[in-house]
Design a protein around this ligand. Structure first.
Ligand code: PMV
Length: 347
C-alpha cells in the first residue's frame, strides 16, 4: 500500500437495547438476537491519525481522551487490534494517534464502549477504503459493524439508525451473528422520534464488567429458556413495530430489562445491579402510567441507571413528570435527554 499518512474523524452514537444481548459464544457470537434504538446525543467522536512506520513488527499507537493521554486504555485497544488484525492487514504498518471525546461525562455510568468502539472501527475502515477505493458503501458499513463487534458486542448496533438488529433471527433474512443490520421493515409512526431520557442513578464504575456478565450465562440454569425467549420477544416486537401497539411494546421492553437483571441475580456468583433509587423510579413510572394512561416505560443496562422511553407526542408531559418526580432519585440530579438517532457520521 502506498498511503504515507492521513487522518479520519467519525462520530458514532451509543444505543439502547430493547431485546437484550446477554450471553455469548466464542468470538463475540451472541447467544440470541438483540435489537436496539440508536441514540442521537450520546456519542463519541474519534480522530484517527496514521503515519507509515519503519517496521511492521508490532502495534504502535497512542490514545488521548479529551486531549489527555490515556495509557490505561492501551490494553483494551491492544486486545481489539489483535482480534481484528487478520481482517485489516495494514494495522502494523502504521503508527496511530487516537483522539477521542464523548458528549456524555466519562464517569456517568453510561458505557462508552458501543460509541467508542464503533467510531474506532469506522475510522479504521476509512483507512481500508483509502487503500482499496473499490470498496462499496454496503461492504464498508457491514465490515465496520463486524469489526466493532469484535471490540464490544453491542458496538456493532451503533453505526446505523434508527433501529438495528444483531444476531440471526428467522423473520429477518439479512440478520447475522457477525454484524448489525438496519431494521428492514416498516415502522409505525408511533415510534418515530421516540425519546430516551437517561436517569443517572449511579455514576460509579460498573460493578460487573459485561465480559464477566456474559460469561455468567455459561452453565446458567435458565440460559436455554432465556435465549428462546429473546428470539420470541423479537418476533413480538416485529409485529408491534408494524401495528404501533405501544402497550405490547412496553410489556416486552420492561420484561427484557427485568429479565436481564434476573439473569444476573440467578447466576453463580450472583449480583444485584439495581440500587434502591432504581426501584423507586420504576415504581414511580408504573404509578404515573396507571394514573395518566401515558405510554412511558423503562429499560435498564447492566447497571443502576434507568432509561425512560416515551413517544414524541408525550415529550412535554413526561419531561414535566421526570423533573418533578424522578430527578430527585438521580445522583446530583443528573439526567441526559436523548432520542432515537440515525447513526454514525464521517466528519
Ligand atoms: O457490548 P457488551 O459486551 O458491553 O454487552 C452489552 C450488554 C447490554 O448492554 C447489557 C445489553 C445490550 O444488548 O446492549
Amino acid at each position: 500500500n502506498s498511503i504515507e499518512k492521513g487522518s479520519f474523524t467519525w462520530s458514532s452514537p451509543s444505543n439502547i437495547a430493547l431485546v437484550k444481548y446477554w450471553g455469548k459464544k466464542e468470538n463475540q457470537i451472541p447467544a440470541n438476537p438483540s435489537i436496539s434504538f440508536t441514540l442521537n446525543n450520546c456519542k463519541t467522536t474519534t480522530t484517527l491519525s496514521f503515519s507509515k512506520k519503519e517496521n511492521s513488527n508490532e502495534f504502535s499507537f497512542e490514545i488521548f481522551l479529551d486531549d489527555e493521554k490515556k495509557d490505561d486504555f492501551k490494553p483494551k485497544i491492544e486486545t481489539f487490534f489483535k482480534r481484528i488484525e487478520a481482517y485489516l492487514p495494514f494495522l502494523k504498518d502504521y503508527h496511530f494517534k487516537i483522539e477521542t471525546s464523548n458528549t456524555f461525562p466519562h464517569s456517568s455510568g453510561i458505557a462508552s464502549s458501543a460509541s467508542g468502539m464503533s467510531a474506532m472501527a469506522l475510522c479504521l475502515m476509512s483507512i481500508e477504503k483509502a487503500l482499496k477505493p473499490e470498496i462499496t458503501d454496503e461492504y464498508f458499513t457491514q465490515k465496520a459493524s463486524f469489526l466493532a463487534r469484535l471490540g464490544s458486542g453491542s458496538a456493532c448496533r451503533s453505526l446505523e439508525g434508527d433501529m438495528v438488529v444483531w444476531g440471526k433471527h428467522n423473520e429477518i433474512e439479512a440478520s447475522s451473528d457477525l454484524f448489525g443490520v438496519k431494521y428492514p421493515f416498516k415502522v409505525h409512526r408511533n415510534f418515530k422520534n421516540y425519546n430516551d431520557t437517561i436517569l443517572l442513578v449511579d455514576k460509579g464504575e460498573k460493578q460487573v464488567s459485561s465480559t464477566i456478565g456474559h460469561n455468567l450465562m455459561h452453565n446458567h440454569p435458565f440460559a436455554i429458556e432465556r435465549f428462546k425467549q429473546a428470539q420470541n420477544n423479537l418476533s413480538i416486537l416485529i409485529d408491534t413495530f408494524k401495528t404501533g401497539d405501544l402497550k405490547t411494546f412496553i410489556e416486552i421492553v420492561e420484561s427484557e430489562a427485568l429479565t436481564l437483571h434476573a439473569m444476573m441475580m440467578t447466576s453463580m456468583p450472583y449480583f444485584i445491579l439495581m440500587k434502591p433509587n432504581t426501584l423507586e423510579i420504576i415504581n414511580k413510572i408504573w404509578m404515573f402510567r396507571k394514573a395518566t394512561n401515558s405510554n412511558i416505560c423503562f429499560t435498564l443496562d447492566a447497571g443502576a441507571n434507568v432509561h425512560v422511553l416515551y413517544p414524541e407526542n408525550e415529550t412535554e408531559t413526561v419531561l414535566e413528570f421526570i423533573k418533578n418526580e424522578l430527578v430527585a432519585y438521580c445522583q446530583n440530579g443528573h439526567y441526559i435527554c436523548d432520542q432515537i438517532g440515525f447513526g454514525a457520521k464521517l466528519i
